[in-house]
Write a protein that binds this ligand. Structure first.
Ligand code: VG1
Ligand code: CO
Length: 545
């Protein structure tokens, strides 16, 4: 019998999961028993079950391998007997979600801090996904946090360190560990959704040229296999394809700021027809065409409007959802298609119930996340394949597709301004200051903008009726424009204030404006309301997307 040790520990006060799991500096995770405490808190909070199988994998960032060895020992001590682990400890977030569903495991542990930088002085993260493959809902994460605050001991088995690098099964007493190829199951799933024959024809013949930036993160192996090996894109189409523990020193964040070289390339004569990038754990995507950047909000709307062209969705979609700060572009598509459209708080965990109940098929967030009912996470490469399938089917450029979409529906001009690492007290004061204005803002006019509503978003889940309050401050105007303020729940230094600004433009002659110009008045108004520049002395946002 394997020896199970009970280890005395002291509780940490700061293990509250955020928008997507627990994210801290690596150094925080390396404190005595820090990771063990949290993992034990997860296992101790789960209901008893006969299902003793877990999926484990991460984005390969620094501390990934150490964490997996620690987790395995605690999981075994807590009665888990079967493990499915990606080779090298690697799994993209959507691939992990798929494995949980496909092999009907109790859940999975995903090790990632997503788009945050990696390395000994950077970030690490861990989250638990439940049996539907999706991030643990708030009832769970609240329970994990509550347990972590009073934990006094955890259990750890005398399991030797496991070889994570060789594919195959390892049996140790009654424990079964399967090291699998991280890409196989996921590639098969993608083949079942998209027209791979058509894609192969246009991509391998050079009719449709592409560049995919894996940002030295997890999608490297996935994109290389699918886009190059299977669909025939020439070598070099996937760049930065080797996952590195520190992502080459960059933020693996696919946006105009952090994937700048790729974005710049798309506005030169050498641009391929299509370009995309993905984040640390492979759930985000950025879509670009020659001379155009597609906002994630528009991407969701265009995917919904064209879903009938894609085999996996050709029989129809049941509904759509977007996070509250995501632009209203998809709402217009839903209205025209007479489909239900839901508005959820930020974070993928809020889509799970809607997907499980088949109230929606497609969903997305402004933060470069798009997905469907094929898994219960957002999925970067899935969005890329969706776009490629639409482009191939329509034989149009990205720019043509976007412009025609705007002509039909109008354009929701959109931008997000992030102020990172703001002193927490100042950030909280700003939110209070905004809250205090809500009652009096209604019906006030500011230039051409008249306030229609001003409130703090609260969400009642239509399936389990759970309520999530304080999900962001919304100021909506009579013409449909909105300004939204919320504090990030994924940062690890101070607070990050996100300001989301959008404006609807029906007139096609005004569609090709620069968003920063088109939104200038609203951006000034946002400052008037929140006073971030005034209160911090900053002159501009840290990141504009
Ligand atoms: C951010 C995004 C949110 C996303 C979350 C996790 O959260 O805004 O839309 O779901 O990251 O994405 P926040 O609380 O920092 O705004 V990932 O790719 O980091 O798992
Ligand atoms: Co991510």
């Amino acid at each position: 019998m394997m020896q199970i040790n009970t280890i005395q520990t002291q509780a940490y006060a700061d293990q509250k999961p955020g928008t997507s799991g627990l994210r801290k500096k690596v150094k925080a995770f390396q404190q005595a028993h820090y990771l063990a405490n949290f993992v034990q808190s997860i296992f101790s909070s789960l209901d008893a079950s006969d299902n003793k199988t877990l999926v484990i994998g991460g984005d390969g960032r620094y501390f990934n391998r150490d964490a997996i060895q620690i987790i395995l020992k605690i999981a075994v001590a807590n009665g888990f007997t079967d493990f499915i682990i990606g080779q090298g400890g690697l799994l993209s977030t959507p691939a992990a979600s798929h494995l949980i569903r496909k092999y009907k495991t109790l859940g999975g542990l995903i090790l990632s801090a997503s788009h945050n930088p990696g390395g000994p002085d950077e970030d690490f993260g861990i989250k638990y996904n439940i049996s539907n493959g999706g991030p643990a809902p708030e009832q769970y994460t609240d329970a994990f946090f509550a347990y972590s605050k009073t934990i006094t001991e955890y259990k750890s088995a005398d399991l030797p360190d496991i070889d994570l690098d060789n594919i195959g099964e390892q049996q140790i007493e009654n424990i079964n560990i399967r090291i699998i190829d991280p890409v196989d199951d996921y590639a098969e799933l993608m083949r079942s959704l998209f027209d791979f024959n058509l894609l192969k024809q246009v991509i391998s013949s050079g009719k449709l040229t592409l560049r995919f930036d894996a940002m030295h993160a997890i999608t490297g192996p996935y994109a290389t296999r699918i886009l190059q090996d299977i669909l025939g894109a020439p070598a070099g189409s996937v760049i930065n394809e080797i996952p590195l523990e520190d992502f080459g020193g960059h933020h693996p964040d696919p946006n105009l700021a952090h994937a700048k070289e790729l974005a710049d390339l798309m506005f030169t004569p050498d641009a391929p027809d299509f370009a995309a990038a993905s984040d640390g754990d492979g759930d985000r995507n950025m879509i670009l065409g020659s001379n155009i950047f597609v906002t994630p909000s528009d991407s969701l709307a265009i995917i919904a409007a064209n879903a009938h062209l894609v085999p996996g969705y050709a029989s129809g979609i049941s509904g759509v959802a977007r996070s509250m700060p995501t632009s209203q572009a998809v709402d217009r598509v839903a209205a025209k298609m007479q489909l239900p459209c839901f508005e959820t708080p930020t974070g993928w965990k809020f889509f799970g119930n809607l997907l499980d109940a088949d109230k929606i098929t497609l969903c997305g967030e402004e933060s470069f996340g798009t997905g469907s009912n094929h898994v219960r996470e957002k999925d970067g490469l899935w969005a890329v394949l969706f776009w490629l399938n639409i482009i191939a089917k329509k034989s149009q450029s990205v720019q043509q597709i976007v412009n025609e979409h705007w002509q039909e529906y109008g354009r929701d001009i959109y931008s997000r301004h992030d102020y990172e690492a703001v002193e927490s007290d100042i950030a909280n004061d700003i939110m209070d200051h905004l809250r205090n204005q809500l009652a009096t803002l209604k019906a006030q006019s500011f230039g051409v903008y008249t306030v229609k509503y001003a409130d703090e978003f609260s969400y009642t889940d239509p399936v389990d009726h759970s309520v999530s309050a304080q999900q962001g401050i919304r100021i909506g105007f009579e013409d449909g424009s909105r300004i939204i303020f919320r504090l990030s729940g994924t940062g690890t230094v101070g607070a990050t204030l996100r300001i989301y600004v959008e404006k609807y433009e029906a007139d096609a002659s005004k569609h090709n404006q620069d968003p920063q110009n088109a939104l200038a008045e609203l951006i000034d108004l946002a400052e008037q309301f929140c006073e971030i520049k005034k209160r911090t002395g900053r002159i501009e946002p840290t990141v504009i997307t």
